[in-house]
Design a protein. Structure first.
Length: 119
């Protein structure tokens, strides 16, 4: 079992930055692929970025490439998402998730953190 707790969301102006953190419980954090997803009002949840256990394989959604950066610190059981050059279209609840099968499915989810970007 893995428990995930996100933090770092908030209200920011367009063009600004935020750093989201996701703290995971469990001593096996280092073997999980970790991902960030988001869900805007009235829209389906979408993948933003994910990172494999070693940090050597990272995938971004086209909409965030060059603006968002995912990273992880296995010693701290934490995964991060740096959000730069934010636009109002990035407004959503951001969720952290863990996968035990290399990102094919996502078994564990955090409660989400709200990111609101004002124009």
């Amino acid at each position: 079992q893995v428990q995930l707790v996100e933090s770092g969301g908030g209200l920011v102006q367009a063009g600004g930055s935020l750093r989201l953190s996701c703290a995971a419980s469990g001593h096996t954090f280092r073997i999980y692929d970790m991902g960030w997803f988001r869900q805007a009002p009235g829209k389906e949840r979408e993948s933003v970025a994910h990172i494999n256990w070693s940090g050597g394989n990272i995938v971004y959604a086209d909409s965030v490439k060059g603006r968002f950066t995912i990273s992880r610190d296995n010693a701290k059981n934490t995964v991060y998402l740096e959000l730069d050059s934010l636009t109002p279209e990035d407004t959503a609840v951001y969720y952290c998730s863990a996968s035990t099968d290399g990102g094919t499915s996502w078994s564990y989810w955090g409660q989400g953190t709200q990111v609101t970007v004002s124009s």
